[in-house]
Design a protein around this ligand. Structure first.
Ligand SMILES: NC(=O)c1ccc[n+]([C@@H]2O[C@H](COP(=O)([O-])OP(=O)(O)OC[C@H]3O[C@@H](n4cnc5c(N)ncnc54)[C@H](O)[C@@H]3O)[C@@H](O)[C@H]2O)c1
Length: 296
């Protein structure tokens, strides 16, 4: 018995890296998996899963293309009869400082991450709403899942990544929006920030595989959390954000009021805000926040 027996999943950007690990792990837990990638690695990964005894089909296309995203959802339904789990993962980097970044770097990264999350989520939601209507008022709806992919850059603001950090921050907000909107369709929506050695990160020597002991940055370490969030055991978990690496899972609270001041039924003046400043920061540092992620 696998944790995902009978489920149908899509993983975008599953041709390599973290996405490939998710697809292989979901398949090993019993899910039938649609392997989306913009490259021909989609076919290679799907064939590897089938060779290992799992169920998988390749879908070559861009997660950020409206037409490809619609075809991706249809591929899951026409091949495996339904869709329960959407893992939005596809993406790439085009890093540059704010003064050096050009328009194409901005557009490409915002497109692949932000629209690349929204387009498949939109068409999955369209399908799930239609299914709920077919089942009728009061019916027990199947459990559905969206698992999004942010980054510590989206949580904390990575220098050199205006495009990527902004898009990944937007994905955290999109997760909250969709968690609220899709609750009535029995869809949970959560977001993870992975940290792993992949073609995206392997240039950084800190990710190097150790000669002995636990391989902390093996991308496969991230996938059990995705399978857990996809499983029926996580039906009460929604609108939540996690950093996942190695043997660690960190639950985040990206939107929290830390301190408040009120003017008292009148508009603030600048002098009033100057006077209230110490209370607003209450001894906490007021400069650029320290990086909040776990140490390497
Ligand atoms: N590796 C890390 O430490 C890390 C850290 C934070 C966030 N992430 C995020 O995790 C996700 C996976 O990253 P990774 O490290 O495995 O990267 P990767 O580069 O190894 O793999 C990304 C995959 O996405 C595919 N892809 C790119 N554009 C696509 C598109 N438009 N449509 C479909 N597929 C497309 C690529 O072909 C590739 O196979 C990304 O969203 C990334 O931002 C990774």
């Amino acid at each position: 018995m696998g944790a995902l027996d009978g489920k149908v999943a899509i993983v975008t950007g599953a041709g390599q890296g973290v996405g490939r690990c998710h697809a292989e792990f979901l398949a090993s837990e019993g899910a039938a998996v649609v392997i989306n990638d913009i490259t021909d690695r989609a076919e290679i990964v799907a064939a590897a899963i089938v060779d290992a005894g799992g169920r998988a089909v390749a879908h070559r296309g861009s997660a950020s293309s409206w037409a490809d995203a619609e075809a991706l959802i249809q591929c899951a339904v026409s091949t495996f009869g339904d869709l329960h789990i959407l893992v939005n993962n596809a993406g790439f980097l085009r890093d540059a400082m704010v003064f050096s970044m050009d328009e194409s770097q901005w557009d490409a990264v915002v497109d692949v991450h932000l629209k690349g999350h929204f387009a498949p989520s939109h068409f999955a939601a369209v399908y799930w709403r239609a299914q709920a209507k077919l089942l009728g008022e009061g019916a027990v709806l199947p459990q559905r899942r969206i698992i999004n992919t942010t980054s510590e850059s989206g949580l904390f603001g990575g220098p050199g990544q205006s495009n990527y950090g902004s898009a990944k921050g937007g994905i955290i907000t999109m997760t909250l929006v969709h968690a609220r909107e899709l609750q009535r369709l029995n869809v949970t929506v959560n977001v993870i920030a992975p940290r792993a050695r992949t073609p995206m990160t392997e240039v950084n020597p800190k990710f190097t595989k150790p000669e002995t002991g636990f391989d902390k940055y093996d991308p496969a370490n991230v996938s059990p959390m995705v399978a857990f969030l996809a499983s029926d055991a996580a039906s009460d978990v929604s609108g939540q954000a996690f950093i996942v690496l190695g043997d660690q899972v960190h639950r985040m609270q990206p939107t929290t009021i830390l301190a408040s001041v009120t003017a008292g039924a009148t508009q603030w003046s600048v002098d009033g805000l100057i006077a209230a400043k110490d209370q607003l920061f209450a001894g906490a540092p007021s400069g650029v926040p320290v990086w909040g992620g776990p140490p390497m």
